[in-house]
Ligand binder design. Structure first.
Ligand code: NAD
Length: 355
């Protein structure tokens, strides 16, 4: 297969970790016989320095012309004084909305070797955790009408969803479940919210197209408890924007290792943007100590969701798991007394285990 990837290294540790992900993609391409070309795109602080804006039209255009985007992270203290609408983080919003990405996927995996990092008791995570939060990204209360009364003494935010908005994200969740454990749990507040009731009806209708996938529903208050009580219960959690925002952070925290968590933002076709969930970690930038695994696992998601290459995705994930079980650790995931290696060396150890 021929793949055209836009690279957005960004700021801080962004360039260090994207470099390791590119090494990984190149190794996979070599082993499995694919051709990859890259175009680099400036976004975030680096773009502000060069062009005075966090994202130029040209940068967005280059990203839009690619098959998929791999992003490091943006932002840092150097740009803290920049006015709100020109901040580096605006580049992320610009890319997400400019590329029409409405579906956010966040896997939360607890590797047995790193279970000490989880704040949960060993008995709760002994059988491992591997769940995926599918969050609607462009609708709901964050984008609804909002305002204040004339006297400023009351305020409102409107939560609105349409059937097509729910249908398209539901399909993404069912398709993701199909290559996982084949279970979708819709998280909502259908005992109170009309939008949630519309979600239930619409997702139930879409479920008829996926009779190999089981579907259940859970109220969001219960889901937030079950995530820490029995996280292995879940496979795919499908939810609206605000609940997804909160639950995906909760799910991330139970793994305990921010340097390990990947994400994908998708739209109707195969196009997607892939990035670690952590930020630009300015405190450790350029020191060869950042953990590149979240970005490398984001590249695995790119193979899975944009190129439908499951074996290639698995090859990366297995290489990461094997490196971890052989004791490969960057500083952030090394236990006391354990030897830590650098960003580059960690990338080398992972690609050595592919093919
Ligand atoms: P952060 O995620 O950058 O860092 C939080 C802590 O985690 C730091 O101690 C950092 O050293 C550590 N850390 C993060 N990633 C790591 C990795 N790969 N390996 C090892 N340690 C890692 O969050 P922050 O400090 O709140 O934000 C720093 C900057 O990043 C800010 O400018 C913020 O706006 C920006 N940010 C960007 C994104 C993004 O680009 N998607 C997301 C969050 C924050």
């Amino acid at each position: 297969m021929e793949m055209h990837i836009a690279l957005v290294p960004g700021d801080g540790i962004g360039p260090d970790i994207v470099k390791e992900a590119v090494k990984t993609i190149d190794k996979v391409a070599k082993v499995y016989g694919h051709t990859v070309s890259y175009r680099e795109v400036d976004a975030g602080g680096v773009s502000i320095d060069k062009y005075k804006v966090p994202l130029t039209e040209d940068a967005l255009q280059t990203a839009a012309e690619s098959d998929a985007v791999l992003l490091g992270a943006v932002g840092g203290p150097k740009w803290d004084h920049v006015p709100g609408n020109l901040r580096p983080e605006k580049a992320l919003l610009g890319l997400r909305s400019g590329l029409g990405l409405f579906c956010n996927l966040r896997p939360a995996v607890i590797y047995p070797e790193l279970s000490d990092a989880s704040p949960l008791k060993p008995s709760v995570i002994s059988e491992g955790v591997d769940l995926l939060v599918v969050r609607e990204l462009t609708g709901g209360i964050y984008f609804g009408e909002k305002g204040r009364s004339n006297d400023g003494k009351s305020a409102y935010d409107v939560m609105r969803y349409s059937v097509p908005e729910i249908e398209r994200i539901a399909r993404k969740a069912f398709e993701a479940a199909r290559i996982r454990k084949k279970r979708v749990t819709v998280v909502d507040k259908a005992n109170v919210l009309e939008t949630s009731r519309l979600w239930r009806e619409t997702v139930s209708e879409i479920a008829r197209e996926y009779d190999d996938i089981s579907l259940d529903f859970m109220y969001v208050d219960n889901a937030s408890m079950q995530l820490v009580r029995d996280p292995k219960h879940f496979d795919v959690l499908l939810t609206e924007n605000m609940f997804g925002d909160i639950l995906s952070d909760e799910a991330s925290m139970i793994t305990g290792s921010i340097g390990m968590l990947a994400s994908a933002s998708l739209r109707d076709d195969k196009f997607g943007m892939y990035e670690p969930i952590h930020g630009s970690a300015p405190d450790i930038a350029g020191k060869n100590i950042a953990n590149p695994i979240a970005t490398i696992l984001s590249a695995a998601m790119m193979f899975r969701y944009s190129f439908s290459l499951e074996d290639e995705a698995k090859a990366i994930e297995n290489a990461v798991a094997s490196a971890l079980s052989d004791g490969i650790r960057t500083r952030d995931i090394a236990a006391e007394g354990e030897k830590a290696i650098g960003t580059t060396e960690c990338g080398d150890e992972i690609i050595r285990r592919i093919g």
